[in-house]
Design a protein around this ligand. Sequence first.
Ligand code: ATP
Ligand code: MG
Length: 280
Amino acid sequence: MSHPVQVIAVTGGKGGVGKSNVSVNLSLALAALNRRVVLMDADLGLANIDILLGIRADKTIADVLSGECDLRDILIRGPGGIRIVPAASGVQHMASLNAQQHGAMIQAFSDLGNQLDVLVIDTAAGISDTVVSFVRAAQEVLVVVCDEPSSITDAYALIKLLNKEYGLVRFRVVANMVGNPKEGHHLFLKLSGVCERFLDVTMQYVGAVPFDENVRKAVQKQKPVIEMFPQTKASQAYRQLANKVNDWPVSSSPRGHLEFFVENLLASSMASQANATSHL
Ligand SMILES: Nc1ncnc2c1ncn2[C@@H]1O[C@H](COP(=O)(O)OP(=O)(O)OP(=O)(O)O)[C@@H](O)[C@H]1O
Ligand SMILES: [Mg+2]
């Protein structure tokens, strides 16, 4: 069994709220704290991480599943020493793996588990089966919200689904694009108020990232803002988030291992496939 790995799914329901920027910059800030970080692009639609970082992936998880290569062959070296698992477009096929492929996936992640401390998963917008599968399998769910009614309602819809259908109870929240720290906290209270009132959940505030023009500039240049403008307000905030994440306890139980994550991911992909079939 590999050593414990912290698996953090970055999600939010709504598109464009800053999930990918949080994922990338948090990953870099954690790497700067000497954590070995792998960033997984779980957005199967429009490529995200590769665009944000200006990298090109030749192979994806789909190639691992088809037996063409190992997980380690598809890892890309990113900035700041992080490694990236490119758009996991094979995940749709995870539901139909045979026993041998299933075993191969678990073995692949198990091998990888010894070489990393944190796995950050950037999820797509919405509440598709794929998003839900990744989030359910992770140990930590980081919900990114911004101060727009649709962001709050979409985040609520996602949390409600994860709680009512899948029994997830603990959610961490990052407020993005805020005017000041007070606004961030207020936004958190808005979301946690409605969640705790109607659902059986615990909401934990991680912090806020300010609205910062330099984020957009960095995105245009396909560079992480934390590298391009290390002293800008948003970069400072991403580092503060990383300091908090660094203090989160890592479970030493089986739940804290990468094998557990991939087992869960496979199980929930299969469950959602079975569910989809039963609705036909
Ligand atoms: N803190 C911020 N300050 C200013 N602009 C920001 C900030 N965070 C994100 N943005 C802007 O919002 C855009 C969308 O961010 P990002 O791609 O991270 O969102 P996303 O939630 O991953 O979107 P999608 O749902 O499409 O994957 C960025 O291109 C950037 O211009
Ligand atoms: Mg994104």
